[in-house]
Design a protein around this ligand. Sequence first.
Ligand SMILES: *Cc1c(COP(=O)(O)O)cnc(C)c1O
Length: 357
Amino acid sequence: MKKHNFSAGPCILPEEVIKKASEAILEFNNDNLSLIEISHRSKPFVDVLKRAKELVIELLDVPNDYSVLFLQGGASLEFLMTPYNLLKKDGKCGYINTGTWSEKAIKESKKIGETLVIADSSDKNFSYIPKDYSIPNDLDYVHFTSNNTIFGTQFNHLPESNNILVCDMSSDIFSRKIDVSKFGLIYAGAQKNMGPAGATLVIVKNKVLGKTSRDIPSMLDYKIHIEKDSMFNTPPVFPIYVSMLNLQWLKKNGGINWIEKVNKRKALKLYQEIDRNKLFEGLANINDRSIMNATFKFKNNKHQERFDLMCVKKGINGLKGHRSVGGYRASMYNALKEESIDVLIEIMQQIEKENND
Ligand SMILES: *Cc1c(COP(=O)(O)O)cnc(C)c1O
C-alpha cells in the first residue's frame, strides 16, 4: 500500500498520474521512444505543452490578455524575475512579509531596486496574516505570498491596493478559486500542487511588461519567453508532461470547484481534531489557517516520540514541521485523499486515549 504522504514539497501526486508518467518514460505516443528522448520541438511534445497551457487557462479561467509560461528555476528565480521585469529604474515596489518565502523574495528584490516592506508578521513568528496596514498608491507592484507553506497561514482576501498585484502561489495554486484578472503576475513552483519539481508556472498580464527601461538578461525576460512560447531554451519536458497529466486529472474530477470543496472538507476535519484533542494545539492564528498546510504541536513534548512511532507504523510520511517552526505540519495538497486525514486523526485520538487511561 502507498504511504499517507503529507510531505510539504515535492508532494503527493495522484497514483494514476504517476503511473501514466512512468509509462511515458518507457514509451511515449506509441512510437518506440521515451518522452525524455524526443525533441521538444517534435509534434508530440509541442502538443503536450499546448495542452498543459490550455488546461491552466481553462481551470483558472485565465483572461486572454494574459500569457501562460512554463519556465525553470523554481519560484526562487521568480523572486528575481519579478523586480527585473516590473520594477522601474527609479520606481518602488512593496512586499507583504508573511514568512520565509516572502523574506527570500524581498531579499532578491532589494538587489534590483527600492523595495518597501509594507506589512510584516515576523513579530509573532509569522503565525498570522497582517491586517490593518495601508499600501502607498505609487508602487510599481505589491507582492504577497498567498499561502505560507512553512507557517500554515493563508490569505483569505486580496490585499487592498490599486497597484499591480504579484503573487507567489506556489503552495496553493489550483487548490481554490482565484480571480486571475485581479493580478498582474502569478507564479508557482510546480512541486507543491501541480507536478514534479523542475517547472515553474507563470501567468502574466501582457500589458504590465516592457515598462522598466531595464536591459533584462534574456533568460530572465518574460517578453522573450512569451515570444518563444516557453521554448526560448529547452523546456523541462518531463515536469511539464506530468503537470499536464495532473491538470487533466483535476479537470476530469470536476476542476477547481470540486477540489476546493474537497480541500476545505479535509482541512476542517483535521483542524477540528487539533482543536478538540487535549494533547495538541494549532500554531497559526485560527482565522488565517491554511487549507493546504496545517501546523500544530503537542502541548507537552513528551508524547512526541511515541506519536512519531505510531505515524511510522501507520505509513504516514512527511509530517515533521519545518525547522523554523517545529512541531508538525500536515500538508494536504490536492492529491491527498481524505482517508489519509482519517488515519492521522485516528492516531491523534489513540494517543489521547492512551494518556487518559
Ligand atoms: C516551496 C516554495 C517556494 C520555493 O520554490 P522553489 O520552486 O523551490 O524555488 C517559494 N514559495 C513558496 C510559497 C513555496 O512554498
